[in-house]
Design a binder for this molecule. Structure first.
Ligand SMILES: NC(=O)c1ccc[n+]([C@@H]2O[C@H](COP(=O)([O-])OP(=O)(O)OC[C@H]3O[C@@H](n4cnc5c(N)ncnc54)[C@H](O)[C@@H]3O)[C@@H](O)[C@H]2O)c1
Length: 362
């Protein structure tokens, strides 16, 4: 792949050299021939120059909701080429087709499990990877209470396997998808990055453990850069209307659940608890649009390019607490639909209020 590009690049220079030499001869025939071939080589070279300067970024969990939107953002930004890895545990191969249609780009995809070291050997052999955005993971609070071991295996074990292979292949840049779940029932509101972490479910605990693994690992490798992004609650989709949250799991996030009800796939939207000590009795969250969240990954990569030794943890939200009922109302108004609601008992492991301090970077 690389040698092919170099070949085109050489040809480009050769053609420029030829243009100069031949036009000096002042022959119309040559001029015509040369300008045609120059244009051909020039446009081809421009494309190859772009390909050569694009930095390749591996997105684990690549066909998932956040990764597919981030991949689209990368292509639109033009500085990075996404390479996707996913075992399709909670997403569909059809997302790859959607992504290719939306971006009008062919995208490299590898089907594999992030816990298996050998999967990285293939990817890293075939691509010169500049950075990894590690989004693959299990993310249901409820499921993590039922099956904690899977959460530790995938979310912590997958991170260990990835870091080992990054070191072996000298890949020094990592962006990690963490979660506001690491704060548990927050010790202070609004949440700051210094707010003590105290997860209340295995999901949050596994994310915090993965963060610690990354931090300890970085101490053993001075050149390693990381950016841990603690996402609050993403919603929405790409501005094409595609790349929606479309999990295989029966219960998705608030937005995908509302979409399922709006489309008739589900009969009603379940609200877990309306007797919390909040302004309308439902839980409070900090909802961030997926486009803003996607951009944060690119910002993290840019920072690493500029500042070697980047090691940071950032909260990614809007700084605005919105109740579940308020969110449902906003959805109804923007989509012009009525959402049938059903009140259930409180859910185990749910945090009452979680929102970020006002920030100026979203
Ligand atoms: N969506 C949210 O509300 C939210 C909030 C905070 C943090 N996060 C984190 O962001 C990341 C992405 O979340 P998302 O909403 O896009 O979820 P998602 O389920 O849509 O994407 C995760 C992807 O990881 C893949 N995956 C799971 N286990 C894997 C394995 N062993 N090997 C390879 N691939 C595997 C799934 O198939 C899926 O495509 C997750 O790590 C999640 O914990 C999400």
């Amino acid at each position: 792949m690389c040698s092919k590009n170099l070949h085109f690049w050489d040809t480009y220079y050769l053609s420029i050299k030829n243009v100069k030499t031949l036009t000096e001869g002042n022959t119309d025939f040559f001029k015509f021939k040369v300008s045609q071939s120059f244009q051909k080589y020039y446009s081809r070279s421009k494309k190859n120059l772009r390909l050569m300067t694009l930095k390749k970024v591996l997105l684990t969990g690549g066909t998932g909701y956040i990764a597919s939107n981030t991949a689209a953002r990368m292509i639109e930004n033009g500085a990075y080429e996404p390479i996707l890895l996913d075992n399709l545990h909670n997403s569909y191969q059809s997302t790859l087709n959607q992504l290719e249609n939306v971006t009008k780009n062919k995208i490299s995809f590898y089907k594999g499990d992030v816990c298996e070291e050998k999967v990285y050997d293939t990817v890293f052999k075939e691509h010169d990877i500049h950075a990894v955005i590690h989004l693959a993971g299990l993310k249901s609070v409820d499921e993590s209470l039922e099956d904690p071991l899977s959460y530790y295996q995938v979310n912590v074990g997958g991170t260990v396997a990835l870091l080992k292979k990054m070191k072996e292949n000298d890949i020094k840049n990592l962006v990690f998808s963490s979660s506001a779940a690491v704060y548990g029932q927050p010790k202070e509101l609004p949440i700051k990055v210094t707010t003590p972490c105290d997860p209340v479910n295995p999901y949050g605990q596994s994310k915090l453990m993965a963060e610690k693994v990354i931090q300890d690992f970085s101490k053993s490798w001075p050149g390693f850069n990381y950016s841990i992004l603690r996402y609050f609650n993403p919603y929405g989709c790409h501005n094409s209307g595609k790349l929606k949250s479309n999990p295989k799991s029966p219960v998705g996030n608030i937005y995908s659940e509302l979409e399922r009800v709006a489309s008739g796939e589900k009969e009603h939207f379940t609200i877990y608890g309306n007797d919390y000590p909040t302004r309308d009795g439902t839980c409070v969250r900090d909802y961030i649009h997926i486009s803003d969240l996607s951009q944060k990954h690119l910002d993290a990569l840019e920072k690493m390019k500029k500042i070697s030794g980047t090691r940071e943890i950032r909260n990614i939200g809007t700084g605005k607490g919105v109740t579940v009922l308020e969110f449902v109302k906003m959805f109804e108004e923007s989509e012009k639909v009525n959402i049938k609601q059903f009140i259930e008992n409180r859910r185990r492991g749910d945090v009452v209020e979680s929102y970020l301090e006002s920030c100026n970077y979203v």
